[in-house]
Design a protein around this ligand. Structure first.
Ligand SMILES: [Zn+2]
Length: 150
């Protein structure tokens, strides 16, 4: 009872999340690399998601569960791409931008962040839990440039 989480959609279980992640890896990330563990967490208040590339784990905020599927997919692709590229460099964005609704999803999340009672960093830029990766997270391309969308 204490661990009960009010997920708006019952289908959005950890198992469903893992299944969707696998589909997205196959579709956008060349079938590499699958997370060792991916799950919903209710404890993140200032992050949408976090990733630990060294052990392949991904955690997703339950707040994403009530958002449109294409927003959830964007965050999943973002985190899954970190399993291959730890920082937010050009190689990383080249992978993420394979997902066709990146700009739209970023805009959606920016809007939610702006209205949130607690600040949430734009575009998941603090989602890396490894110290090495946190340093790399400062590198960020100009948000407006969508020329690299594949
Ligand atoms: Zn990130």
């Amino acid at each position: 009872m204490a661990r009960e989480q009010k997920l708006p959609r019952p289908a959005r279980s950890d198992a469903a999340l893992a299944k969707r992640a696998g589909e997205l890896v196959d579709t956008y990330l060349d079938g590499r690399r699958y997370p060792s563990s991916i799950r919903w967490v209710s404890t993140m208040r200032t992050r949408w998601a976090s990733c630990t590339p060294s052990d392949g784990t991904i955690r997703m905020s339950v707040r994403l569960a009530s958002m449109p599927p294409w927003v959830l997919d964007y965050v999943l692709v973002h985190e899954l791409a970190h399993l291959r590229v730890a920082g937010h460099d050009e190689r990383f964005w080249a992978l993420v931008n394979r997902y066709p609704r990146c700009e739209r999803a970023r805009g959606y999340l920016d809007g939610v962040s702006a209205a949130a009672p607690l600040p949430i960093a734009p575009d998941l830029e603090d989602d890396m839990s490894d110290d090495d990766c946190a340093a790399a997270a400062d590198q960020r391309p100009a948000n407006g440039s969508s020329s690299s969308v594949a």
